[in-house]
Every structure is written in structure tokens, then in C-alpha cells.
Design a protein around this ligand. Structure first.
Ligand code: XIL
Length: 322
């Protein structure tokens, strides 16, 4: 049992978000990815601000090297993300044009990218975080210029470009914000009724050791009842509740993290029907590369491996829960 790796222990795909730079420069990082995971999500390389350099100008360098790495090593490749309000290239912020020009800009971007990776990227987070915390459609440059139904059109455009790609709606907070999960449900139910090609829902799941299992269970069960594929898409479990600068994890916190990783794996298996289990993806690999320390400007240790890619108690807990 203890000799199994995560991907061997899991009955569903097990992923990590991968950083292209680290993949190139750190062999310990690369070997951990290769050994433990069978699915890869692009951390940043397939975001619009990395790819879309000017109208009609696409930079494939980062994306191609990651996607080819996945292909060569037989990992499932999940593309993240086509439309996200925080990954808008600078030049688009000053783009001028009528609503048709804006529509064509986005359509052309989505279709060029999806076609470029057709047959190599299995699934896409098409829209990321387009519902705001109060349940309304999030204000963004796309909403302003394209109107509220742009979300549905993004899925149609992506589907036209690669009819075989599985298309996901990805967001955070479904596990602790009832207002927001209700709005996501409404969006997805409406899309289903209109036969908009959305095949799955991603629950980011950036949580902490203080998050209640009961709430996580009810959140995922509500999403799961839509009948779509369910991807825990960006899991990490924070420790530093008060974001203190001199934070050092205690033994008890690391044990709570072990338990929490185990619970999440168990809840996923218990609640999501087998046929809907798209897998669990961890957001980054070792604590050193976690985006959480940057996000909170404080020390964090939310992952399965420590800064030297040694397995933490969290790893043991997760493995036991799988
Ligand atoms: C984060 C990356 O990890 C950072 O490196 C980057 O600077 C900002 O984006 N939700 C998402 C991800 O959907 O795309 C975010 O990734 C983390 C939060």
C-alpha cells in the first residue's frame, strides 16, 4: 500500500497544475510530476495573457512545451483557461471596436487556440470565474462589450473548433457560498436546456484546514446532481489562517491537513458517481511553488510535498483517502 503512488492508488485521474519553467529547470519537480500524476493542468501557460500577444499574433512557446510534455509522457492534458477576467492581455484593455469586432476578437482567440491543440488537449476550462460572489455575472471587459450571453457563445465556439474536447465551467466557492453555487447551477441548467456544449464543472477548492467537511460535501453534491463531469480542479489546503508573516506550521496543523486531504478524497468518491469522476487536480506540487504564498504574501504550506518535494503527512492522508 505505502509503495503505491497517487496515480496508482486513485480510481480516477489524479492531476497537478504544472509550471513550465519549473518543469524545465528542476528535475526533482519534473520527476515528482511524472511519478505521482497522470493528468496535467497548465498553471499559466494556456492563459490568454501568455498566448494572445496582438491581434492575430499567438505565442505558443510555453503552451506547446507543456502540451508536448504531457503527450510524450502519456498524461491527460487539461487546458486552463480560455476566458478569465484576470488573464486579459494589456493590449486588449485598450482595444477599440464595435460589438462585432469584440465578438470576433474573442471568437477568433478561442477557435485558434482550441484548433491549435485539437487532439492534444483533452479538456478545457472554457470560462473561469465568470460568476461573482454575489451570484451576478462578474463585471469584465467581455461582459461589457459582448453582453451576458457571451458565456454560452464561448462554449459554442470552442465546441465548433474541437467537437471532441470536453468543456468545463470552472469556479471557486461552490463549497462555501450558497448564493454563488445557486447562480452557477442556474447558468448550467439553462445551458443544458439550450443544448450549449458544457460537459463538466470544475470546483477549484482552494480551502483551508478549517473548512467544514459537511459544507464541502453539500457543495459538491449540489454540483454533482447536475449530472455533468465533476473535477476538483485546483485543490490546496491552507494552514495560515491569520496570514501572519512569521507563520510556522505546527505539528497539529500538519495533522489536520492530513485529515482534510483524506476527507476530500473520501467525499469525492462517496458523492460523485463513478461515471462523473473527472478526477482531482492539486494546484501545484511542492509548498515552495504554491501560488498561495504569493496570493497572501505570507508563508503557506498547502500542498502534498514540502519545499524539497518530500512527502508530507498531507500526502499520506490523501493517499489513504483515495
Ligand atoms: C494562478 C497561478 O497559480 C499564478 O501563478 C498566477 O500568477 C495567477 O493565477 N484560480 C485560478 C488559477 O483559476 O488560474 C489561478 O492560478 C489560481 C486561482
Amino acid at each position: 500500500q505505502s509503495k503505491l503512488t497517487l496515480k496508482q492508488a486513485a480510481s480516477f485521474p489524479l492531476g497537478a497544475s504544472v509550471n513550465v519553467m519549473l518543469l524545465k529547470t528542476d528535475s526533482l519537480y519534473r520527476n515528482t510530476v511524472l511519478r505521482e500524476f497522470n493528468s496535467i493542468t497548465s498553471e499559466n501557460a494556456l492563459k490568454m495573457n501568455r498566448i494572445f500577444k496582438a491581434p492575430g499574433v499567438f505565442d505558443w512557446s510555453g503552451g506547446d512545451s507543456l502540451v508536448n510534455f504531457a503527450l510524450k509522457n502519456h498524461k491527460r492534458m487539461h487546458g486552463h483557461t480560455l476566458v478569465w477576467h484576470r488573464a486579459i492581455p494589456k493590449w486588449i484593455e485598450t482595444f477599440e471596436g464595435d460589438s462585432l469586432a469584440w465578438e470576433n476578437l474573442l471568437k477568433n482567440y478561442i477557435q485558434t487556440v482550441v484548433k491549435h491543440y485539437k487532439g492534444r488537449v483533452t479538456s478545457w476550462d472554457v470560462a473561469n470565474e465568470v460568476i461573482d460572489d454575489d451570484g451576478s455575472l462578474r463585471k469584465s471587459i467581455w461582459l461589457t462589450h459582448l453582453g451576458p450571453d457571451y458565456v454560452a457563445r464561448c462554449y459554442q465556439y470552442a465546441h465548433e473548433a474541437d467537437p471532441n474536447a470536453l468543456l468545463f465551467y470552472n469556479d471557486y466557492g461552490q463549497e462555501n457560498n450558497p448564493l454563488k453555487s445557486a447562480a452557477i447551477r442556474t447558468l448550467l441548467v439553462d445551458c443544458k436546456r439550450r443544448e450549449i456544449p458544457i460537459h463538466g464543472i470544475g470546483l477549484q477548492s482552494h480551502i483551508s484546514i478549517y473548512h467544514s467537511d459537511r459544507r464541502y460535501r453539500s457543495g459538491i453534491s449540489e454540483m454533482s446532481s447536475l449530472g455533468l463531469l465533476v473535477h476538483i480542479s485546483e485543490l490546496d489546503i491552507r494552514l495560515n489562517r491569520n496570514k501572519t508573516k512569521d507563520f510556522v506550521p505546527t505539528k497539529s496543523m500538519l495533522e489536520q491537513q492530513e485529515d482534510k486531504y483524506k476527507s476530500i478524497a473520501r467525499i469525492y468518491k462517496e458523492i460523485v458517481p463513478k461515471s462523473q469522476q473527472y478526477g482531482i487536480t492539486i494546484w501545484n506540487v511542492g509548498d515552495k511553488d504554491s501560488y498561495q504564498s504569493d496570493a497572501c504574501k505570507c508563508p503557506e504550506a498547502p500542498l502534498l510535498f514540502d519545499k524539497n518535494y518530500k512527502k508530507k503527512l498531507a500526502y499520506k492522508g490523501f493517499l489513504n483517502g483515495l
